[in-house]
Design a protein around this ligand. Structure first.
Ligand code: ADP
Ligand code: MG
Length: 304
């Protein structure tokens, strides 16, 4: 579990960020940044670097390892601190509040600002990175792809999708992106997985979600991770979130992924609301979504 770095931000000084940025820069070239290269990368003199290294190590913003040489790398907390500082400098956010959710591959916090916002730190690549085996594979291929890169790419992909889809599709409004983090509109509501829909709402909610998927497809995207965990329901309707693995509709697997999305969604309704959910022709629904011609589930009910 990555800790909330926001509480440590006030103690950090500009030079601490020079040091962290320097280590970040060095991590483009090697997994562990050699101690003697840090003055050059951070533009701090040797004594200053030593002092800042201690401070950042104490705050768990850096990790150290001695192999043939002593090297340092950012922890996720250190990377979080760099992103937070950027958001604060751009006046995107005033502060970070309580956790909103911990996902499979992210930490999401509420944000203090002039409007309700959410901050999502991507954590893709983190668990892999901790597996020694994987680390060996990376080295063997001489391919230096750290979690920094994987997580940043995921944040960029998610932000791009949100920018394309908002406002035609009900997704959180994108506000800002830096490194592995995105800031977006905070959605009030309850995840579909935890919602207790009344019988008469069930089919209508399923239809709303399928309509959003059809509009997204028309705008060029298949979600590709559709599930009851990535949909919020509230009195105004539904919001679909968690888009980092969204696939452009011209991608060769997009139809397959759309079918899987429809399967996951309809499967959830079948299991949770068996009485209210009619038996549906799922591939017919996928076709209608892809043609942006989805109107209602009645057209897709299988004859008994
Ligand atoms: N814009 C948002 N507003 C409010 N809560 C959010 C928002 N985005 C995500 N969350 C919360 O954080 C959790 C994890 O976010 P999600 O985008 O699904 O990431 P993951 O890829 O880790 O599943 C969600 O299940 C949800 O509870
Ligand atoms: Mg999710």
């Amino acid at each position: 579990m990555v800790q909330n770095v926001a509480t440590r931000m006030a103690e950090l000084e500009p030079e601490d960020f020079y040091l962290l940025s320097g280590v970040e820069h060095g991590m483009r070239f090697s997994r562990w940044v050699a101690a003697e290269k840090i003055p050059q990368f951070s533009r701090l003199d040797g004594d200053e670097v030593d002092y800042r290294l201690d401070r950042c190590m104490d705050r768990e913003l850096l990790e150290r390892k001695t192999i043939q040489y002593t090297g340092y790398r950012l922890t996720f907390e250190g990377y979080d601190a760099l992103a937070l500082r950027t958001f604060a400098e751009r006046e995107t956010i005033d502060g970070v509040g309580a956790p909103l959710g911990v996902g499979k591959e992210s930490d999401v916090y509420e944000v203090r600002s002039f409007q309700p916002l959410a901050l999502k730190y991507h954590r893709e690549g983190y668990t892999n990175f901790r597996e020694v085996q994987k680390e060996r594979e990376y080295t063997a291929q001489n391919k230096h792809r750290s979690w920094l890169y994987t997580a940043r790419k995921a944040a960029e992909r998610e932000y791009d999708a949100l920018e394309t889809l908002f406002p035609e599709v009900n997704v959180p409004r994108p506000v800002d992106q830096n490194r592995h983090a995105i800031v977006m509109q905070r959605i009030d509501g309850v995840e579909l997985s935890r919602a207790k829909l009344e019988s008469k709402q069930v089919v209508g909610v399923l239809e709303l979600i399928l309509e959003e998927m059809a509009t997204a497809y028309d705008a060029g995207y298949v979600h590709a991770d559709m599930s009851e965990y990535n949909v919020f329901v509230n009195s105004e309707g539904v919001t679909i979130f968690d888009w980092p693995q969204a696939v452009p509709t011209d991608h060769e697997n997009s139809y397959e992924l759309l079918t899987r999305d429809v399967d996951n969604l309809v499967g959830h309704f079948d299991r949770k609301y068996p009485k209210e959910t009619p038996e549906l022709d799922r591939s017919g629904i996928a076709d209608a979504v892809a043609a942006n011609g989805f109107e209602n589930v009645r057209e897709h009910v299988r004859e008994a």
